[in-house]
Design a protein around this ligand. Structure first.
Ligand code: ADP
Ligand code: ASP
Ligand code: MG
Length: 472
């Protein structure tokens, strides 16, 4: 697979490989991509829908010493076996070989879960290893099925290519090494390379994962390394929509959005694409297409340098639930250089991601928004870092408000358009929504604000009606 032959990297998410029927549909799409092109495509697959959750659940139950884990393993095994039986109903040496390979993986998985239940301990490293079976099992069965359909397909383990740091459950990708490995390894493949998404490995060969939804990121890394013509993310919706369709049922398809808009939308909870996916593609200047496996003829959304429709001030809305706000207040921080830096450093050292920050211009308070399940860790980190200021009452105790949600309003066309915030907050005011904190990126392409849990549906729907139905 040389760089001179432009190839397409096509990633299929869990819902596009959830059973034999969806796999057959996915393979038809891949066959279409293979037709008439001298090389490729490169195919990236997620685990079958729900399998990652089952594997994580099995790890947790095994850790509790509970033999429920075995039942979960049987469920996982049954789903794969039923799928293979439907995909390849006739006995054949290829099917025997596939069944042997899959049995070997199930045997390993059973042994690991048994070990976890004996030790009553499942480290993050072991959990990553356990969860990696989802993508690997799926790639084995789908690549074998492709071969049974006359396609030259071969599974290539991502762990040979995606080199990461030693962190688990969201490792950092080491780009240079990863790109060199991808080009070298895929050069050896003539047909369709079927690559498990989501997983990588450290220099010592330890299995790591890229974080939930990380298969999108794998596809983008492969695309950038191979200088692909396009990166396709195949999913169960027509493309990037103006809001989460599960909340706003009349959300509309966005035919094009910029890399930055897609990054902001996904950062603020639009699951349709993992936020890191945009980085390799943007650097390499490769467009990403979001497409629907259930409606392949629809053009989908093109993510590139070009922002969304200029007649629309706002591109989309997104939201994150389960967040909490920590307010740090006190005269002691006024004018002290480096105070905010200390807060951020203390939280970063504990792997706490600050989703949103606001600081009053009086410098009397800093307000940070983080995930609710990280509040206890954050407070202990802050208590330690700011012990002196607390003891001398330069700052007051931290004020925590949980049960909150963030809503973000995103669009490159907002830049330089006056009055958006006014319309935004008057719409919220009309609905009686109490806003606890507001942040606006200096790039003016994002206004995000914090509201109480349970209010986001009404907020998203009323903003959507305000900005998308009624054109200005
Ligand atoms: P996959 O299994 O293909 O990776 P995901 O479930 O991760 O699929 O992502 C697709 C889902 O993202 C959609 O079914 C949709 O419910 C959700 N979603 C949330 N926000 C948006 C949005 N703005 N546009 C499109 N889909 C969205
Ligand atoms: N299977 C993994 C998950 O469910 C990765 C992915 O699907 O992108 O998060
Ligand atoms: Mg996904």
């Amino acid at each position: 697979m040389s760089k001179s032959h432009k190839i397409i990297v096509s990633k299929f998410g869990g819902s596009s490989v959830q059973d034999s029927q969806t796999i057959q549909n996915t393979v038809r799409i891949v066959a279409g991509r293979a037709e008439g092109s001298s090389r490729g495509p490169v195919v990236v697959l997620s685990a079958m829908r729900g399998i990652t959750d089952l594997l994580l659940q099995a790890a947790t139950t095994a850790e509790q010493g509970n033999n429920e884990a075995e039942k979960l393993l049987v469920d996982i095994q049954n789903r794969h076996q039923a799928t293979v039986a439907e995909l390849m109903p006739q006995a054949s040496p290829e099917r025997d070989e596939l069944q042997r390979e899959m049995e070997e993986l199930f045997f390993q998985l059973k042994e690991i879960l048994h070990g976890v239940s004996l030790l009553h301990e499942c480290t993050k490293r072991t959990r990553d290893y356990i969860v990696s079976f989802g993508e690997r099992l799926n790639c084995l069965q789908v690549s074998a099925y492709m071969r049974s359909q006359g396609l030259a397909a071969e599974m290539v383990d991502a762990r040979e290519m995606i080199r990461t740091s030693e962190e688990h459950d969201g490792a950092t990708v080491l780009f240079q090494e990863t790109y060199a490995r991808i080009t070298k390894r895929l050069q050896e493949i003539d047909g369709i390379a079927v690559v498990p998404g989501f997983i990588g490995s450290t220099a010592d060969g330890v299995t790591t994962t890229l974080g939930r939804n990380g298969s999108d990121y794998t596809a983008s890394l492969l695309g950038a390394a191979l200088e692909a013509e396009a990166i396709e993310i195949w999913t169960d919706v027509d493309g990037v929509l103006s809001a989460d369709p599960r909340v706003v049922d009349h959300a509309t398809l966005l035919p094009q959005v910029s890399f930055r808009e897609a990054m902001e939308l996904s950062y603020f909870g639009a699951d349709v694409i993992h936020p890191y996916t945009m980085i390799p593609a943007m650097e390499a200047g490769i467009p990403i297409w979001i497409k629907n496996t259930r409606n392949p003829d629809n053009a989908g959304t093109k993510i590139s340098d070009v922002p969304s429709d200029a007649s629309q001030v706002i591109t989309g809305l997104a939201s994150i639930g389960g967040v909490a706000l920590i307010n740090i207040e006190g005269g002691g921080m006024v004018g002290i250089p480096g105070f905010a830096g200390r807060v951020f450093k203390a939280l970063a050292e504990h792997n706490i991601n600050i989703i949103m920050i606001t600081q009053a211009s009086s410098e009397h308070s800093i307000c940070i928004v983080i995930r609710e399940d990280q509040v206890a860790t954050a407070l202990s980190a802050l208590n330690k870092e700011l012990a002196r200021e607390l003891a001398t009452h330069q700052i007051q105790d931290f004020d925590v408000i949980d049960d909150l949600e963030i809503v973000a309003v995103i669009g490159e066309n907002m830049r330089g358009t006056p009055g958006i915030s006014g319309q935004l907050f008057s719409t919220l005011g009309d609905k009686g929504i109490n806003v606890l904190a507001i942040a606006q990126g200096s790039s003016e392409m994002n206004v995000s604000f914090v509201i109480h849990r349970g209010e986001r549906e009404v907020v998203l729907r009323s903003l959507h009606d305000r900005f998308f139905l009624k054109k200005d």
